[in-house]
Design a protein around this ligand. Structure first.
Ligand code: AMP
Ligand code: ZN
Length: 458
């Protein structure tokens, strides 16, 4: 496998080589569980699920995606709803896993929870204090950014410029504005754990450093997350881990997905444009949402609109339409290789739009094919490529029941009519009838005449 990945730290696409031959460790910053996941949160889950599927073909992958279940946003949600914290986190952990599952996201190998790793966090903070990278002040422990000369390397920020531009108001217990919290005190009504610095709770960044170390080791191969996490979250994780581990690199490759916006606006509750996956999957097949998320390259911004769903739905209709009526044995499916062009696209920094284009190349050939054998082998290759991308898991006939309604595009209608005529010419009346029914389901009535088949929307 000749995988190339864009590494945020190096600022370019580089060949991927794991630390240990044949094995890969990957850590993805997961959800903070105080609410349902919105469509933006689903983007890293889906794109790095695709990367995990690709890696598993060639490596023994250990993939950890954490759960942040101690956070001030969760505390606020508890105060606002009057519900205990445990009840809130348990509910949204389940919802997150169910919702991502509906988008074809496979469970990671490890799903560590912050609250189950407080001991590891305390140990790492103690190490940082001992090595003089952190200091205690008024029951807080802070990371001393000035002690880490590499600080700013990931987010390409110059610490001196950051200091000059800092706001004047600095918390009294901090030596410098950029020092960040490793541990903070908790009042009796807030979640807290005993520590050498009194009862308190961890800062957000130390959670990931401690959990990555525990489950994947001091140096991990791939660290992934959304663009917004580069600074401060990942910059701080890198500082903590490198300083605690005597300079050992924290992650060999840093991957960040671009942001998803809604009709060119930032998704926010105050704008009322937050789309929760939990709601979307009630009316939209998860596969459509997954494909819409994969239709842009993961590094690019993705502007979500009503059209995102419609065009993904149309693409799936074309894929399933080509597969409909083609008989492929289970053995042929199991034996089929992922098409080379699909693999080449994904190995080139996870170029999912190019991989989709490769699948559509197969669709074109499949629609033209006349021999059963040829059809079966093209369909098997299509299924294999689809499976790698987490798509085409439905039965083509079932796909069309209920999914295609009213808005089928004319070129798709024409293509189906063409397919039906080919089937009729080959005296395959069963396929011809299935296509007629499929068109009827979509609200299209067809009429055979002397000069071809006409259609109208009924
Ligand atoms: P959070 O639960 O806010 O910590 O976010 C979970 C993951 O979703 C992180 O990897 C974020 O970077 C990512 N994320 C949040 N909002 C968006 C968005 N609008 N587009 C893409 N990724 C996002
Ligand atoms: Zn993290």
């Amino acid at each position: 496998m000749t995988l190339q990945l864009h590494d945020t730290l190096k600022g370019k696409k580089v060949p991927f080589e794991p630390l240990i031959e044949g094995e890969v460790t990957m850590y993805l910053c997961g959800p903070t569980v105080y609410n349902y996941a919105h469509i933006g949160n689903a983007r890293p889950a889906v794109v790095f699920d695709l990367l995990a599927r690709l890696l598993r073909r060639s490596y023994k992958l250990t993939f950890a995606r954490n759960i942040t279940d101690v956070d001030d946003k969760i505390n606020t949600a508890s105060v606002e709803t009057g519900k205990p914290i445990d009840e809130i986190t348990a509910r949204f952990i389940k919802a997150y896993n169910d919702d991502m599952g509906a988008l074809g996201v496979r469970a990671p190998d490890i799903e560590p929870r912050a609250t189950q790793h407080i001991g590891e966090m305390i140990t790492m903070i103690e190490t940082l204090i001992e090595k003089e990278f952190a200091y205690e002040a008024e029951n807080h422990v802070l990371f001393d950014v000035s002690a880490n000369e590499n600080y700013g390397a990931l987010s390409k920020r110059d610490l001196r410029e950051m200091i000059a531009g800092a706001r004047v108001e600095v918390a009294p217990y901090k030596r410098a504005a950029h020092d960040f919290v490793l541990w903070k005190p908790s009042t009796p009504e807030l979640p807290g754990w005993d520590s050498p610095w009194g009862r308190g709770r961890p800062g957000w960044h130390i959670e990931c450093s401690a959990m990555a170390k525990k489950h994947l080791g001091e140096t991990i191969d791939i660290h992934a997350g959304g663009r917004d996490l580069v600074f401060p979250h990942h910059e701080n994780e890198m500082a903590q881990s490198c300083c605690a581990h005597d300079g050992a690199p924290f992650a060999r490759y840093w991957l960040h997905n671009g942001f998803l916006s809604m009709d060119e606006a930032k998704m926010s509750k105050s704008l009322g444009n937050v789309l929760f996956v939990h709601e979307m999957i009630k009316t939209i097949p998860g596969e459509v949402i997954r494909l819409a998320l994969l239709s842009a390259h993961y590094k690019q911004p993705l502007d979500w609109s009503a059209d995102s769903i419609e065009s993904a739905r149309r693409m799936l209709d074309r894929l399933y339409g080509a597969l409909q009526g083609v008989v492929v044995s289970d053995e042929a499916r199991a034996a089929a290789d992922v098409p080379k062009a699909v693999l080449a696209a994904l190995e080139d920094d996870l170029n999912s739009p190019r991989a989709m284009a490769a699948l559509f190349g197969l669709v074109k050939n499949l629609n033209k094919a006349t021999k059963d054998e040829e059809k079966a082998s093209l369909a098997a290759a299509l299924y294999a490529g689809g499976e790698l991308m987490g798509l085409l898991g439905n039965d083509p006939d079932e796909w069309f029941v209920g999914h295609v309604k009213g808005d089928m595009a004319p070129d798709e209608i024409e293509a189906l009519i063409e397919k039906r005529l080919t089937a009729k010419a080959a005296r395959d009346f069963e396929t011809a009838d299935t296509i007629r029914d499929q068109l009827l389901d979509a609200g299209i009535t067809i009429q055979d005449g002397h000069d071809g088949t006409s259609w109208r929307r009924s």
